[in-house]
Design a protein around this ligand. Sequence first.
Ligand code: UDX
Length: 508
Amino acid sequence: MLVRMFSVMVKKFLDFPSRSALYNSIHLPWFARLTLLHYHSGGPTMAMIALKCPDIEVVVLDINEARIAAWNSPKLPIYEPGLEEVVQQCRGRNLFFSTEVEKHVAEADMIFVSVNTPTKTAGVGAGKAADLTYWEGAARMIASVSKTSKIIVEKSTVPVKTAEAIEKVLKRNCSDSSVEFDILSNPEFLAEGTAISDLQKPDRVLIGGKDTERGRKAIDVLASVYAHWIPEERILKTNLWSAELSKLTANAMLAQRISSVNSISALCEATGADIQQVSKAIGTDSRIGGKFLNASVGFGGSCFQKDILNLVYICESVGLSEVARYWESVVTMNDYQKQRFVERIISAMFNTIKKKKIAIYGFAFKKDTGDTRETPAIDVCRGLLADGANLCIYDPQVEDKQVRLDLATPKFEWDHPVSKASPVSNDDNITTTKDPFEAIDGAHAICILTEWDEFKSYDYQKIYDSMVKPAFIFDGRNVLDHDKLREIGFVVYALGKPLDPFLSNGYN
Ligand code: UDX
């Protein structure tokens, strides 16, 4: 039985005489279901495969018609520098976007699954464990429509051993016993805002599969796709669990660096040291390296917090409570940093911000993206609103609707599909604007929450003139020229830097 199924796979993927014949036989739909926000890795990755492999047909699937229509239009549903050019080159050639999910899944030889894996909000593991509802739903659908064997590639970040569970669902739900599924884990390491260059020149591509002959062949098939443009030595092949765990660990360790630096930023403020100098000093040690050492108001994004909590849950499940507490502290420190920032603002502004207009510059979780998932701006804005501030929010890429949705969405709910019933904040104390100068007009303070480059080039003298005095700037990303701002007359709070006398004399 195994031999027969195995031979089907081999014929389909590996026994072709030439490389191009092999690729002609492969269709690579990317199956994404329901998610508004999970496109950031899936869409660009599939577009890059289509660009680099003109002999492979790639179909990106989603049941959401509006989103597929946007992928097929000049204005793509996500903002990612360089993505538009890539899509334009291959859309209609070998890259297609469709809502005909079942048809294309049935026809596919390889399916990348990049569905949401939210943090559970209820039941066992609430607040930590990953909810695999969407993954399981995808697996059941794939099984029900499959008439040919397929390689299933995990693209979503999933708990360790998900592949095993998914394999069981696939096997038990496919009516055709000749159909075989080979599961691979191929975690995505791209970061938003730099997705296209990350995809073009990744540090590594990681492919995990079963340590069997068949599993290794499936790994080789996927590796041969990436080999179109990525040197062989950068394609790492591991077992399934190592690949799944590597993704969680990579994100946890990156986040840990930020939390470590953020913890020291608090100490810098208390001692008169400067976090940027400290980061530079430690980053020049080649064993530490200079990346991910920028102190900030907190890390955000769809991965870091979720993956750490997932790791914490896995550790707890296997009885490693000390390990769980160790990783959990990375999230605790991140929450502390956001809270500390809010408290700093309130204390600096004479312990009352009620009815004071505060301009929020930047709402996205980092620059060059319109993505707001787990952005620190949500917690900072909520903290300021709780003390009665009037917020005027400006972000070059984030729409009013998104801000209101984010500020009303309960913790961990953002990763579920948005529906008409999703809550939206109508708080009168929130306004948004597309004009950064409107945001500061009559404001008492500016909070920089995202490091958008344009913030550096504003005319701060003009801004100062339009603000209530004393005019405060709270730079949560250390992107502005603080000395120049002080010369103009601003009271400046720069994260992790020696405090202005104005701030250290009694109001903190
Ligand atoms: C991250 C990982 O980098 C990527 O490999 C993975 O595939 C997905 O998760 P992303 O969330 O897109 O990517 O952004 P990243 O650049 O890692 O930044 C995450 C958060 O950390 C942002 O809020 C960013 O502002 C913050 N950050 C980053 C800091 O506060 N300081 C730093 O030095 C770096």
